[in-house]
Design a protein around this ligand. Structure first.
Ligand SMILES: Cc1ncc(C[n+]2csc(CCOP(=O)(O)OP(=O)(O)O)c2C)c(N)n1
Length: 617
C-alpha cells in the first residue's frame, strides 16, 4: 500500500517513479470508496488524480502555490497534504470541506467554490510574490468548463502583460457538468482531436528547437501574422495573446506532466499547459454518465445506483414540469441556463424546444444581459439559476434588466441552505441583493403547487421578477390553500390571536410545525404565507399588528435586507407597538453540513423557533 505511506505534504516524493501508477490506482479506489459513502464530486476528482500527483511531484508545497478553480476537484490534493484520514467526515458538519479552505491547510492558498476565479487569484499571488521578492511558483488549475466564464478571460488578458513566471493549467476533459459549450470549447476540441496533426507540429517544433538558430525561427514564427504559423504552433489563441502554450499533454501520464511542469517553470511570463483528461476516469459508471457523477449522492459501487433513491419530487422537478407547460402555451417563452441544464431542470424544456433553449456556459453575467436582450426583442426569457451563482450578476440585473424594466423571470433555485457544499453555495443572500433594486419583484412559494402558480404569474407579469425556491423535496402540504397569486398579496392560512407567524417560502412548512408546538403550550397562533418579499403585503402586516401581541417573521435568508427588516420597517412607519421577533440566518457564512443540523445550529428549526418565540413573549 503506497497510499498509507502518504501522511503529510511532500511524502509523495518518497514514492518511486515505477510505483506512481499504482499509487494513482490506490487514490482512485479510495476516492470511489469514500465518495460512495459521503457523496461528493466524483467525476472531476477521478479525472484529476494524475494531474494532482504530477503537481505535487514537480512543485514544493506549501512554498509553491496551487489555486484550484471551483475547487471541487481538490480531493487528491487534500489526500496528498495530510488529510486522508479526515475523509470520513468529507462535506459533513465540522468535517473537512469539499472545497479548498485556507483554514484547513497551509497548502490551500485560496478558497474557491464559484468558477473562473483561479487565474485572477493566481495573478494576484504572482504580483504579491514579485513585489515582496519571492521566487516561488504559482499555478492556477482551471477546467475547460470554467474557462467559459468571463472572469477567466479578463484575467488572461491581464496576465498576458506579465514578465515573470505564472503557470496556468487547463484541465480539459471536454465536459462542464454537462457537455461543455461554445466557441472556446470547439477550439479546444479541435486541438484535442487533431492529435496526428499535432504530432507533426510537435515534430516540426522539436526539429526547429534542435536546429542552430531554431529558437530564432520559432520566435519569428510566433510574431508572424501568416497562417503558416498555425501549422507549427498549437494553441495559437493563447500564443497570440502573449501566453506561451505547452501541449496538449496526456493528463494521465504523470511522468510527462512532471517534465512539462518543469519546463513551464522556466518560462519567463505566463504559460498555459493544456492537459487532456477524462472525467470519471477509472470508474465505468462515472465515465459513462459524467453529468450524474459530477456531484453525487452516496451510491452503490457495484452498480453506480444511488443508495437512497429519491421517491418524492423536488422543487427542481416541479419547475421542470411547469417550464414545459409554459413553453407549450406561449412560443415567446425561452429558457436560459449558465451551464446547468441538469441541475436547474431545464433539460426537458431543451428536449422539447431546442430552439428556445440556451446554455451559455458558466457565464451568469452574460446569461442575465443576454436575457435582457431577448426581452428587449419581445421574448419572455426565464433565467434558471442557483441563488449563490446569481450573486455575480448583480449589476447585470440592475443595469441591464431593471433600469429598463424588462420582463425577465429569474427562477432562483437552491435558495436557502443547501447543505454539504457549504459557505460558497448557501443561497441565503438573494432577498438581500435583489430587494434593493427598483422594479424588481420577489416571491417564494410555500409548496409545490404554489411554485407552479408563481411561475405562471411571473411570466404573465411583464416586469422583472424572481421566484425563489429551495433545494430538496417539494413540500406537498397545505394543498387546499391555493388562492390565486396577486402581486404583493400575502395569504392568511390560520387566523387566531396572540402570535402571528409571517413566514416566507420554505419557512411556511417550518412555521406550521412551530404553530403546533406553540399551540401545545396553550398559545393562540396565526400563520401568514408572505408570498412576496418585494413588494411586501403591508396590509397583511397592519392586520397582524391589530390582532396579535407578537409578530414573528421567518425566512431562510440573512437578516440584513431580508423580509423581517421590511416588516419591521412597515411596523415602524405605522407606529405599531407590537413585539417583534425576526427569525433568519445570522450575519455570518454558514459552513457545510446536513441541512437539518445546520438549521438547528442556527436556531431556525421548528423546536428552536418555538423556544425563541416563547422567550420573546
Ligand atoms: C459561478 C458558478 N456557476 C456554476 C457553478 C457550478 N459548477 C460547478 S463545477 C461546474 C463545471 C466545471 O467544469 P470544468 O471547469 O470543466 O471542471 P470539471 O468538473 O469538468 O473538472 C459548474 C458549472 C459554479 N461552481 N460556479
Amino acid at each position: 500500500m503506497f497510499l498509507e505511506t502518504i501522511e503529510q505534504t511532500n511524502d509523495i516524493k518518497k514514492v518511486a517513479k515505477e510505483d506512481w501508477d499504482a499509487l494513482a490506482q490506490e487514490i482512485r479506489d479510495f476516492l470511489i470508496q469514500t465518495i460512495s459513502v459521503t457523496g461528493g464530486h466524483l467525476g472531476s476528482n477521478l479525472g484529476a488524480v494524475e494531474l494532482t500527483m504530477a503537481l505535487h511531484l514537480a512543485l514544493d508545497l506549501p512554498r509553491d502555490k496551487i489555486i484550484w478553480d471551483v475547487g471541487h476537484q481538490s480531493y487528491t490534493h487534500k489526500i496528498l497534504t495530510g488529510r486522508r484520514e479526515d475523509f470520513g467526515s468529507l462535506r459533513q458538519f465540522h468535517g473537512i470541506s469539499g472545497f479548498p479552505k485556507r483554514k484547513e491547510s497551509e497548502c490551500d492558498v485560496f478558497d474557491t467554490g464559484h468558477s473562473s476565479t483561479s487565474i485572477s487569484a493566481g495573478l494576484g499571488l504572482v504580483k504579491a510574490r514579485d513585489l515582496t521578492g519571492g521566487d516561488n511558483t504559482v499555478v492556477a488549475v482551471i477546467g475547460d468548463g470554467s474557462l467559459t466564464g468571463g472572469m477567466a478571460y479578463e484575467a488572461l488578458n491581464n496576465a498576458a502583460k506579465l514578465e515573470k513566471n505564472f503557470i496556468i493549467i487547463l484541465n480539459d476533459n471536454n465536459m462542464s457538468i454537462s457537455e461543455n459549450v461554445g466557441g472556446m470549447s470547439k477550439y479546444l476540441n479541435n486541438i484535442r482531436t487533431a492529435s496526428g496533426y499535432l504530432d507533426l507540429k510537435k515534430g516540426i517544433y522539436n526539429a526547429l528547437l534542435n536546429m542552430k538558430r531554431g529558437d530564432d525561427i520559432i520566435n519569428r514564427l510566433r510574431r508572424a501574422k501568416s497562417s503558416f504559423k498555425q501549422l507549427v504552433i498549437p494553441g495559437m489563441f493563447f500564443e497570440d495573446m502573449g501566453i506561451t502554450y505547452l501541449g496538449p499533454v496526456d493528463g494521465h501520464d504523470i511522468d510527462t506532466m512532471v517534465s512539462v511542469i518543469g519546463d513551464a517553470r522556466r518560462v519567463e511570463g505566463p504559460v498555459l499547459i493544456h492537459v487532456l483528461t477524462q472525467k470519471g476516469k477509472g470508474y465505468l459508471p462515472a465515465e459513462r454518465h459524467p453529468a450524474r457523477f459530477h456531484g453525487t449522492e452516496p451510491f452503490d459501487i457495484e452498480t453506480g445506483v444511488p443508495s437512497r433513491p429519491r421517491t418524492e419530487a423536488n422543487y427542481t422537478d416541479v419547475f421542470s414540469t411547469v417550464m414545459c407547460k409554459l413553453g407549450q402555451r406561449d412560443e415567446k417563452v425561452v429558457a436560459i441556463t449558465a451551464a446547468m441544464p441538469d441541475g436547474t431542470g431545464l433539460k426537458r424544456f431543451r428536449n422539447m424546444y431546442p430552439g428556445r433553449f440556451f446554455d451559455v456556459g458558466i457565464a451568469e453575467q452574460h446569461a442575465v444581459t443576454f436575457a435582457a436582450g431577448l426581452a428587449a426583442g419581445g421574448l419572455k426569457p426565464i433565467v434558471a439559476v442557483y441563488s449563490s451563482f446569481l450573486q455575480r450578476a448583480y449589476d447585470q440585473i440592475l443595469h441591464d434588466v431593471c433600469i429598463q424594466n424588462l420582463p425577465v423571470v429569474f427562477a432562483v433555485d437552491r435558495a436557502g441552505l443547501v447543505g454539504s457544499d457549504g459557505e460558497t453555495h448557501q443561497g441565503i443572500f438573494d432577498f438581500t441583493y435583489l430587494s434593493g433594486i427598483p422594479n424588481m419583484h420577489i416571491c417564494a412559494p410555500k409548496n409545490k403547487w404554489e411554485l407552479s402558480d408563481m411561475m405562471k404569474f411571473a411570466v404573465a407579469l411583464g416586469a422583472p421578477i424572481a421566484v425563489r425556491y429551495p433545494r430538496g423535496t417539494a413540500y406537498a402540504g397545505l394543498k387546499e390553500y391555493r388562492a390565486p397569486i396577486e402581486l404583493g398579496k400575502a395569504e392568511w392560512i390560520y387566523r387566531e390571536g396572540e402570535i402571528a407567524l409571517l413566514a416566507v417560502g420554505s419557512m411556511v412548512k417550518t412555521a406550521q410545525r412551530v404553530r403546533e408546538l406553540l399551540k401545545e403550550k396553550g398559545h393562540s397562533v396565526s400563520l401568514v404565507n408572505a408570498r412576496f418579499v418585494k413588494p411586501i403585503d403591508e396590509e397583511a402586516v397592519r392586520e397582524a399588528c391589530r390582532g396579535h401581541r407578537l409578530l414573528v417573521t421567518m425566512e431562510e435568508n440573512v437578516a440584513c435586507g431580508g423580509y423581517g427588516e421590511k416588516v419591521l420597517d412597515c411596523m415602524n412607519r405605522t407606529g405599531a407597538k407590537n413585539a417583534f421577533l425576526g427569525i433568519s440566518i445570522p450575519d455570518a457564512y454558514v459552513e457545510h453540513g446536513n441541512v437539518e443540523l445546520l438549521k438547528a445550529e442556527l436556531g431556525i428549526d421548528p423546536e428552536s423557533v418555538a423556544r425563541r418565540v416563547e422567550a420573546a413573549l
